[in-house]
Design a protein around this ligand. Structure first.
Ligand SMILES: [Zn+2]
Ligand SMILES: [Zn+2]
Length: 64
């Protein structure tokens, strides 16, 4: 399954420029929960991230 994605990435040289640059959908950036976002902390993206679990608060993600 992952084989397809891998070969597709190597093809970016043939593709037109700007295709891979999409600021609207930053897929590489892991999603941060609300708490981490507000505090600009590093979120591990878990259902209950480390920062929230450590503080014992509710970890919530807002779909963009
Ligand atoms: Zn978080
Ligand atoms: Zn969290």
């Amino acid at each position: 399954m992952a084989d397809r994605d891998y070969s597709h990435r190597n093809d970016k040289s043939d593709d037109s420029d700007g295709e891979s640059y999409s600021p609207r959908t930053p897929r590489r950036t892991p999603m941060a929960c609300q708490f981490c976002r507000g505090r600009k902390m590093k979120c591990d993206g878990r259902p209950i991230c480390a920062n929230c679990s450590r503080r014992g608060i509710a970890c919530s993600y807002v779909p963009v």
